[in-house]
Design a protein around this ligand. Sequence first.
Ligand code: SF4
Length: 660
Amino acid sequence: PTSKLFEPLTLRHRTLRNRVNFGAHTANMAEDGLPGARHLGYYLERARGGAAMIVVEPIPVHQTARLTRGNFRHQDDAVISGFRRITEACKAEGSVMIHQLYHVGQHGDYDLSYAANWSPSGLPSYHDGDGSHRMSDSEIETIISCFVEAALRAQASGFDGIELFGAYHALIDQFWLPWSNRRDDRWGGTFLNRMRFSTEITSRIRKAVGDDFIIGMATSVDESVDAAMQTETLQEIARYHDERALIDYITCGTGSYFDYGGIIPTFHYADKLGAPYAEALKSVCRHTRVQAESHLRTPENALAVIASGQADMVSIVRGQIADPYWVTKVADGRHDEVRGCISCNQMCWGRRSRDYWISCLVNPSAGREFEWGGDRFVKTDAPKKVLVVGGGPAGLEAARVAAERGHRVTLAEAGAQLGGQFRLAGMQPRREQILDLLAWYERQLNRLGVTILMNAPLDPDEIAAWDADRVIVATGSQPAGTGFQRSLPDMATLPGVEKPNVWSVENVMTRAARLGEHVILVDDTGDWRGLGTALEIARRGHRVTVVTGWATLGEFLRRTGGDKIARARLRQAGGSWITESCVTAWEGKSARVRNNLDGAEQRIAADSLVLATTNVADTWLHDSLRETHSELGVELIGDALAPRLAVAAIYEGRVLGQSI
Ligand code: SF4
C-alpha cells in the first residue's frame, strides 16, 4: 500500500509497523483481577489482524483507583505472568505492547475502592455521587510511587511502555486544571505547580525504567463543560511535557466524566470527532508523537487524518472490536470487506457499564476468541445443503457463517430487501451505518457463493421439497396487534385503535402511513422503535409528541450513552415528550393521556397516532413445518423466537452457523 497510514513510525526504541493502533479501553475481562485466556485471545486476535500498537487497558495503580470488578489487580505482582503471556503472544505477531495506568481521583467508586476516593481538592465524584478526600502530601507521594511501581511491573510483564491516563478528568488532569485543583501548596496554584504531579510521575518512571521504554499520555478535550479540559489549555500542557521530553506520545479523546456521551460517541455524533484536537496538539509538539482518536471508525477517515497530517497515528478501538482484521483488510485494499462498527455501544460500553466483559453486536466472537477461534473458520469435511429462511440479522449471520465453513447455502427472503427490522432501524436518522452493515452482509454472501432468493416466501411443502440437510427458520417478527403499554391499557383494546389514522412503526418507516401535522407517538419500547421513529417523523416536518411509560426518553439509549443527544435532537426538531404516562384512548382527533404517577388525565389534540410497540414473533412457518414435516428437524433463531435485539439475533445466527 502506498498510503502513509501503512508507513512505519518510530516511537522511542520501537518501530510501529503502521499507524493504526488498538487504543486503551476497559475490556473488563480479568478473572479475580488476573489476565486469563479471554484477555489473551481478545488482544491476540487484534495483533494478528495487524494493529501496530496495542494499549492494554487501564490498570488501577492503587485501591482508590478501582472502577470495575473486571479491573486488573493493583499493586500485585501476581498479574505479571498473565500479562507476559499476552505481551509475548502479541509481540510475536508484530504489535508493540503498551500498558495503561490509571487513577480517576474524585470520580472513583467507593464500593470497589474500599476507601474514600482521593483527589486534589476533595470535590465530589461524578460516578456515584460519593464525596472525595483531599490528598495529603504523603498520599500524593504514595500515588506517585504506585505509578512508578506499576510501570516497573509493566516492564517486567514484557510491555514496551506505559500510557498514563490523564483523560476525561482523571486524577492527573484533575491536578492540571484549576477547577479541580484548588490547592495552595506546591501541587497547586501556579501552572508549574499544577504540572508537578505529572512531571514527578513521568520523570520518576523514566528514571526507574531506563531509556528503552515508551511513556505515553492519554488526554481528552470536552468543550461542552467549562470545568473540563479545553483545547488551548491542553495545548499548553502538551507543550510543557513536549519541551521537557517527558512523554513520547500523546493521544487525545473527546468528552469527560461530566458528559459521558462524548467519550464513546454513538451514531448521534459526527465522524472524526477527535481529529481537530489531535491537529491542535500536533501544532505545539516538536518531538512528541500525536495520536488521533474518537469516532474515526472507517478506513476513509483514518486515511484522511494521517494523509492530512492531523496526527501521526490513529486509534481505532470499536472498529477493531467489530473487525479484528480491519488493518490487514485495509492494507490489502479490501476496504469493502471491513465489517463496520455501527456506533451502537450496546455490547462494548453497554456491557462494560454493567461490569461484564465486553463483546460486540456485529462481532459476537469479541471476547470469545479463546473459545471460538475468533472470526476465522475451519472448513468442514462434510459440506451440507443448508436452507436459511429469512434475511434479517439472524438469517444473514447464520448463512454467512455456514458458508464460511464451506456448506452450500441458500438464503430465501420473503421480501424485496434483506435486513428485516434492522433495515427499518437503519432508515432512521443517523443510522445509515446499519445499512452499511447490511450491504456488507450482502457482499459477504455473494463472495462466499451463497444463493440469495429475494421475494421468495416459501411454504412448508416447498421447503420440504428443497431436500436440505439443515433448515434454519429466521422469519423474524411482526408489528404487535396485542402490544401493551408499560401501564394499562392493552394496546389491542385501546379505545379507538381501529381508527384509520393509527399507524405502526413499519407503516411510518415504509412510508405507508399518511401522517397529519401533529403526531402522537406511543413509545412502549424505550429503544429505536420509539425514539428513532419519532426523530424520523420530526425530520419529515411533522410535530411529534412522544408519550412513554419510561421515566426517561429512550431508556435504551440512556444505558448506552446516547440519550442526552437524542433528546436534544428531538427538541431541536420541534418534538416533545410526556414521560411516565400512557394513552388511554384515541378519539380520532385527540388522545387521552394519563399520568402513571398521579392518575391525572389530559386530552391532547393530534392528527395521527403511531404505536411503537414491541413486535411479536412470527412463528407460523416454523410451527407449520413442525406439524407437517417433523422429520426436517427445523431450527429457529432470531426475532422469530421471541422479540430479540439485533445483538441476540446475530449471536444466535453465529452459534448455529458455526455448529453445522
Ligand atoms: Fe461498535 Fe456496537 Fe460493536 Fe461497540 S457493540 S464495537 S459500538 S458495533
